[in-house]
Write a protein that binds this ligand. Structure first.
Ligand SMILES: [Zn+2]
Length: 614
């Protein structure tokens, strides 16, 4: 028997867990696209005006406009502004189709380590934020027969088959509290308190749907920054859509990446309960990230400033036709450029930046100590996605954001890069077919079907052999223990993390749950011991690379590491809640142009408030 002495909320929670076991998920038509049946009551004139003024002036960068804005004097006026700003954000985002990625881990209870991954799921798509919220997927649906059409439109929930039913769209649902009816007619706003989130002072409101507001309404808490009254965080769930429905709980964060707007960036979801006595032993945690808000939707919209001019110059001493070998290299270069440009346009590759320089340094260290001289310099780039993968195209090595996140140190990074460098050195050049421009003409969602950089097993083995040879002659020779430990840690989790280990463009690091890539390094590594607190074999996801949802740029997180106090703190390869340090655009994210009179510092942008710490 479960104790009944818990607090009311606790009781509600466990009831919900119980209820959910028997239930169906719900359709969007039943919930989200519920027509606004009640006619909109006209707002009081003064309130509407003040709301509009707030919206307009906050979108304007001018400080004068801010000053002339009358600050709201009552909580009712504040709420009016919050509603107006939210409506403004919905309008502002409606022409955009950001990428949305959800990575989810089902959990099982380990007596020593607590909840650990049991299996995982990965979703990647583009969201269309125009009329309703819709999405199209990058990943091909595999073997989903019955009711697929309907399933696609379901929200996250639980099936009657005692199983979580994950719907990609469900996890991105809480980018807005209520897309259609966020107003006083449908919600009660209760002011709770003031609170700082990072550098931003916020007003905190609890929101409950009005009695007759209908099903599937937001239920929870919002944080509103106290200058322009934009929502910066939402935390809660949605009221039951019907007797047989259920929504996941979500914690949704927005970032102030452009003047006047806070754009949805991260959503953490989690359900389940492993406390003693809990009957529902299913649990999961999931991270949803959004980026690519500023991606161009088609070549027709590209600005002229994007035209590359570097291919125009011809500085060869004597202008002649290329020799056969030179022509071959030009051809490879053309293919490489085509692929990188196409991936960047699809939002899958971060623009060249500072993280590349870090990777580049490691590559250079290996090259120099091995006396490697290549006709073209090796370049490095970062995939914006979470699955752990690498590939190389021409002379460019590409590593995924997720893989950089989980690597414990430079030695393990060198291991990852050396494998791809070996492919380049050994001349396993791939992708020359992409020198034909027609091969770049596909939809963004078709990227994974149209591009691929997989090597044959013989080349994989040869690259591993060469890579280990190069590492042993490099400055990383003394740091291969940590690389081997990483392989060991990956080996212990690989059978449960098939989605995280599914490469979409390159070769898989594992085959059938066994690590194949560079696996020889595990042989000489020390024993893996979770209880050794100073042995960090692999990190959680999201702690190292920060992806800017607006412009897709990546940077290395500079947060201070938090001391580990137990084996449960290690969380290798796991997802964790988000806790970005929020800051306002003007104070930390301002582009150099706006502070032209002051000496430019790189430090101002280094700690911008979007660090997904753990
Ligand atoms: Zn390879």
């Amino acid at each position: 028997m479960r104790r009944v002495t818990q607090r009311v909320m606790r009781q509600v929670m466990s009831n919900m867990n119980w209820i959910t076991l028997a239930l169906l998920a719900v359709t969007m038509t039943a919930v989200a696209q519920q027509p606004a049946s009640a006619p909109q009551n006209p707002q009081p004139v003064a309130a509407t005006q003040s709301g509009q003024t707030a919206a307009q002036s906050s979108a304007a960068p001018s400080g004068q406009a801010q000053a002339s804005l009358t600050p709201p004097t009552t909580m009712d006026q504040v709420v009016d502004r919050v509603i107006a700003r939210e409506s403004d954000l919905i309008k502002f985002l409606s022409p955009r189709t950001p990428i949305v990625e959800t990575y989810l881990q089902n959990l099982t209870q380990d007596p020593q380590l607590g909840p650990i991954p049991q299996d995982d799921h990965y979703f990647l798509g583009r969201m269309d934020l125009s009329d309703s919220i819709d999405r199209s997927d990058y990943l091909q649906e595999k073997g989903k027969g019955e009711g697929e059409g309907m399933e696609k439109r379901l929200l996250g929930g639980i099936t009657k088959r005692f199983k979580f039913q994950y719907q990609p769209l469900g996890f991105s649902w809480m980018i807005f509290a209520d897309r259609n009816d966020f107003d006083r007619q449908h919600y009660n706003f209760h002011y709770a308190r003031r609170e700082f989130l990072g550098d931003v002072r916020c007003l905190v409101f609890d929101l409950t749907p009005k009695k007759d507001a209908g099903h599937g309404r937001f239920l929870g808490r919002i944080w509103v920054e106290d200058q322009d009254f934009n929502i910066v965080r939402l935390n809660g769930t949605y009221s039951r859509a019907s007797r047989n429905s259920y929504y996941f709980h979500m914690d949704s964060w927005r970032l102030n990446l452009i003047p006047g707007y806070w754009v949805p960036a991260y959503i953490y979801s989690e359900e389940g309960d492993f406390t003693a006595g809990a009957k529902n032993k299913i649990a999961f945690k999931a991270q949803t990230r959004m980026w690519g808000y500023n991606l161009k939707t088609g070549t027709a919209n590209d600005e002229l400033t994007n035209i590359r001019v570097d291919s125009v110059k011809d500085d060869t001493p004597t202008a002649q036709d290329a020799t056969p070998l030179a022509a071959e290299r030009e051809w490879q270069q053309q293919a490489e450029d085509n692929v990188l440009e196409r991936l960047e346009r699809a939002g899958l590759l971060a623009p060249a930046g500072d993280v590349d320089k870090i990777l580049q340094t490691v590559v250079n260290n290996i090259e120099i100590t091995n006396n490697i001289e290549l006709p073209r310099p090796v370049r490095t780039r970062v995939l914006t996605t979470s699955p752990l993968e690498t590939f190389s195209v021409g002379n460019t090595i590409v590593v995924s954001r997720g893989l950089i996140d989980v690597l414990p140190d430079e030695g393990s990074l060198a291991m990852v890069l050396s494998h791809e460098l070996a492919h380049i050195v050994l001349g396993h050049n791939l992708g020359s077919q992409y020198a034909f421009s027609d091969r770049m003409l596909f939809s963004d969602e078709g990227t994974y079907q149209n591009l691929g950089f997989k090597h044959i097993p013989e080349e994989e083995a040869a690259a591993d052999k060469k890579a280990i040879e190069m590492l042993k002659a490099s400055p990383y020779a003394q740091k291969l223990d940590s690389a081997g430990l990483f392989i060991k840690a990956l080996q212990t989790r690989a059978p449960q993390l098939s989605a995280l280990l599914q490469a979409h463009l390159g070769n898989n690091i594992t085959e059938n749950g066994t690590v194949t890539r560079m696996s020889q390094l595990a042989n000489s590594a020390p024993a893996l011991d979770w209880n050794k607190l100073d042995q960090i074999a692999a990190l959680p996801l999201g702690g190292r690379v920060k992806l800017n949802p607006w412009d897709d740029k990546v940077e290395i997180v500079k947060a201070q590491p938090v001391a580990i106090t137990s084996a449960r703190d290690k969380m290798p390869f796991e997802v964790t809640p988000f806790f970005p340090r929020l800051s306002r655009y003007n104070t930390t994210n301002a582009p150099a142009a706006t502070t032209a009179t002051a000496p430019a510092t790189t430090a101002t942008t280094a700690d911008a408030g979007s660090t997904p710490t753990n």
